[in-house]
Design a binder for this molecule. Structure first.
Ligand code: MRU
Length: 385
């Protein structure tokens, strides 16, 4: 089901809807997503009335980005409970819809635990469903607060690392309001720097193959009025060599106990470039993205996606073609095999700092990560373990 928001002839600049919202029309509760496969061409709602629809939205990247996946997973459990579906089955399918972003399973687990605790306390179905929804809302709120705190910590870190100001920041994928209950992770820091008048330029990697940078980060940067420039991913090297990048800021889908960072494929080569050119490489992520149960980078499961996304230019939605999964413009000979990992892993020694809502870890070590998590545990008692 899709509702379209009006857009200006120049295209949407300011979204009329948040990335995700819970609604309760007379026909029953729904989770409404801003369909990110249609941005920036159109702002279209995707209305999920059941968990299979939400799982498909997650797999097709209509809803995406680690923190937002956690929030969506939690609301998905609440949706199953409110509509009388099997909550355990719903939680299982949601938690495994995509494997790398640990926030997804974390959000699902929190809402499911709230539901089960209510059932154990003899709550009826409606009360247990309300408990799951309250937990999803709490996670949504906490993520917005974490976003504000990461922005403040990240801005302070940049002031320390780059005292001359006037930052030229390079980013990869999309880490803004489209992935968060608030302003995002790395892009929330960029927005704070911009508001402080300290952003000289945001370099936006297009982020092949699905172009989250070109479609989504450029969209958010334009809305925020930033000076931004889009580049093909493989143009980053010469930009570093020319001394045009002061810092790299990216998000994360999972941070292992040793500080290894899984993020959108193309992040690791940026870390190598940054190290070679003596440029700080900063990861911004909430502590819900830290997974102490994953010991190191080798243990992180990296999602492998369809080769079609590489053999074809598969902008998920092409207005002139329509929204048909698997369509796109072929760029390789028919039958070409493609390698399409959605993420790569950057080892901790290449990461200058990890910025979380609890503070900054630098240098990035297992002890530093453990201490941060202990701080977080004493804060809200929930961590992704
Ligand atoms: O495949 P996606 O678009 O879900 O990948 C998203 C990313 O890699 C983001 O950089 C990551 O989730 C961090 S967002 C705060």
């Amino acid at each position: 089901m899709a509702d379209q928001h009006p857009v200006s002839p120049e295209g949407p600049i300011s979204p009329t809807a948040p990335a995700l919202r819970w609604e309760e029309p007379p026909e029953g509760p729904v989770l409404v997503l801003l369909d990110q496969t249609r941005l920036p061409a159109e702002e279209v709602d995707l209305v999920c009335t059941d968990v299979p629809a939400l799982v498909e939205a997650i797999r097709s990247l209509a809803v995406r980005g680690a923190p937002l996946l956690g929030i969506a997973g939690a609301y998905g459990v609440a949706l199953a409970a409110a509509r009388g579906f099997d909550v355990d089955e719903a939680a299982e399918s949601l938690a495994h819809a995509r494997p790398t972003a640990v926030n997804l399973a974390y959000g699902v687990r929190r809402a499911a635990a709230a539901y089960q605790a209510a059932v154990r306390d003899d709550a009826d179905e409606a009360q247990a469903a309300a408990a799951a929804l309250a937990e999803a809302r709490a996670l949504h709120r906490e993520d917005a607060e974490a976003s504000d705190r990461m922005a403040a910590h990240g801005q302070a870190l940049l002031e320390e690392l780059l005292p001359a100001g006037g930052h030229r920041i390079l980013t990869h994928c999309n880490t803004g309001a489209l992935v968060s209950g608030g302003e995002g992770t790395a892009l929330a820091v960029v927005k704070a720097v911009h508001r402080a008048g300290q952003l000289r330029r945001l370099w936006v990697d297009e982020t092949r193959p699905l172009l989250q940078g070109a479609r989504l980060t450029a969209y958010e940067a334009a809305r925020a009025g930033m000076a931004y420039t889009l580049l093909a991913d493989n143009a980053a090297g010469s930009l570093f060599a020319a001394g045009e990048v002061d810092a790299v800021l990216i998000g994360a889908d999972r941070i292992a106990a040793d500080g290894s960072v899984a993020n959108k494929v193309g992040s690791y080569p940026l870390a190598v470039l940054a190290r070679y050119h003596h440029v700080p490489f900063v990861v911004v992520a909430p502590t819900t993205t830290v997974d102490l149960a994953t010991p190191d980078g080798a243990a992180i499961e990296v999602e492998q996606r369809s080769g079609h996304e590489v053999t074809h230019i598969t902008i998920p939605y092409v207005p002139t073609v329509g929204h048909v999964a698997g369509t796109g413009v072929p760029v390789a000979p028919l039958g070409t095999q493609a390698h399409n990992p959605a993420f790569d892993v950057t080892p901790p020694e290449l990461v200058t700092a990890i910025v979380t809502e609890q503070g900054v870890v630098s240098p990035v070590t297992a002890d530093g990560i453990a201490e941060l998590c202990a701080r977080s545990r004493s804060g809200n008692g929930m961590l992704s373990e």
